[in-house]
Design a protein around this ligand. Sequence first.
Ligand code: THU
Length: 138
Amino acid sequence: MSEIDWDVLRGAARDAMKRAYIPYSKFPVGAAALVSDGRVVTGCNVENASYGLGLCAECSVVSALYGPDADLSGDRPRLIAISVVDRHGEPLMPCGRCRQLLWEHGTPDTLLESVSGIRPLSAILPDAFGPDDLITRS
Ligand code: THU
């Protein structure tokens, strides 16, 4: 999908970043993803007084994949392209846990606007562990 409008995606991530609930870190993050069904889903980080239970912006995006507007009658929705931004609206690299989340719900060719340009998830999480390993290594 070469016609990805990264400006639109980054703009949606910036809007989402402004909704972040960040009383503890004061570090807002926004994320937006183009989905295989044509939707753009967004999310922000949502923190918790039990600090370790905070949700990253990417968690919200993955949850939104399965939101009420999703048509789950056919193939499951997949992430096609993702933008994650910091308070300045600049690309932010997903944490390790979120790379794993994105991997499960994207494909190796899913694109991320990274700090070093547009890169596939296969480069962001090389030699990834994933669902196939549960089948081939059982
Ligand atoms: N955060 C994200 O939302 N996504 C990431 O990939 C990196 C970190 C959030 C978690 C926490 O609310 C804040 O940024 C500071 O770590």
